[in-house]
Design a protein around this ligand. Sequence first.
Ligand code: ADP
Ligand code: MG
Length: 438
Amino acid sequence: MGARSAQEIWEAALGELQVQVTRSYYRTWLEKTTGLSYQDNRFIIGAPNTFVAEYLDKNQRSLIEKTLIGLTGPDIRVSFRVGPEPAAPAVSRPRHSLKYTFDSFVVSDSNRLAYAAAMSVAENPGRSYNPLFLYGGVGLGKTHLMQAIYQAARTNDFRALYVSAEQFTNEFVTAVREKSTEEFRTRFRSVDILLIDDIQFISGKEQTEESFFHTFNELHNAHRQIVLASDRPPKSISRLGDRLCSRFEWGLIADIQPPDFDTRLAILQAKAEQEKANVPIEVLEFIANRIQENIRELEGSLHRAIAYARLFRALLTPELAARALEDIASKGAKRAPLTPELVIATVANSFQLTPDDLKSRKRDRLTAQARQVAMYLLKEATTCSLAQIGLELGHRDHSTVVHASRKIAVDMDNDPYLRRKVLDIEQGLNLKPGPRGY
Ligand code: ADP
Ligand code: MG
């Protein structure tokens, strides 16, 4: 295979690796790598310098080989070499150009308050909410918003400083060791906006907490803006000293919730557009259904599906996307909880209908059957009550649900096609084979 193929394969591998490692790890070690060549089962990966090449060789060979095996063949041997970054990659590499700006942030009910507060402190640092404390689960956009504040503030000529709590800790420890605490103080106290990401990591490190406590007070007294992000609210950060905890609650605490289906879809649409990839809406819906809790995974899945389609020069269909994402789920990625929304959307998709069709009054054979399958699965596989299932599917009463489930169970015994279809849906939903042992 030629060089272009090696690069294409590597793109697909990167898409998968991106989902498996943290963003900072990805940035540090993988982002600037390239697929240099693939010949006789030897895959050569280009790294920007010897340091990265050696690090990957020592630490990530097996993960990388495992990832490549899924894309090439079982006998792959990987080696690393310092190699050029592609000047103009054949395949666009969106993750490098993704910008964490307010413009690229999709706003919805799940993050509206956090977004509005972030905008406000970027425009009027120290004047509105101080500190602004953002919290929410992994991959829901906290860092994105922090970076957006940082950039907007810089554009408005404010002095802004963004660090992770880890970096803050490291710098503090270094400063103590090298007796340069004065410079450390000055650096952190001479800004208009101080942003500290993943602040939960500061807890339990007494000296660092102490130092941050003073920094906080000084900035706050001087009406400088402090923005903090954490994966949980201040009160839930264990081992965080009371003094800091109460200060974190002085200003505004804004949470970011997991996005609903429409928001996930909107985010995917925006990312596909950024990537200049023409992705059919069914594929976006499929991915939005599949990944529910983490926007980074949502993006990673989209990248992977696109890379797959390019790699195999195939049309990107929901089936291809399912194939591209297969091993991700089986590698133990956290499974999305089975919500009625997910079941209904998956069933609808499999019958080439929409969730609204299933909720509608339509009574044609196909729609009616799809609706019954959804009722059957909701009853079998979720904890929803019959009343709730009826409600989810267009305000039908519980006897309709009972009848539908029985009918589908019987029909499946007599109709192999239907049985296959339900099984496919169950697999798509990551359900175990049903109780009837098919
Ligand atoms: P966190 O810091 O909360 O773990 P990140 O800010 O790193 O999450 O977000 C993970 C990925 O999801 C990033 O690529 C980010 O751009 C994207 N993302 C998160 N929320 C949104 C959103 N509302 N609109 C667009 N992209 C988003
Ligand atoms: Mg983050």
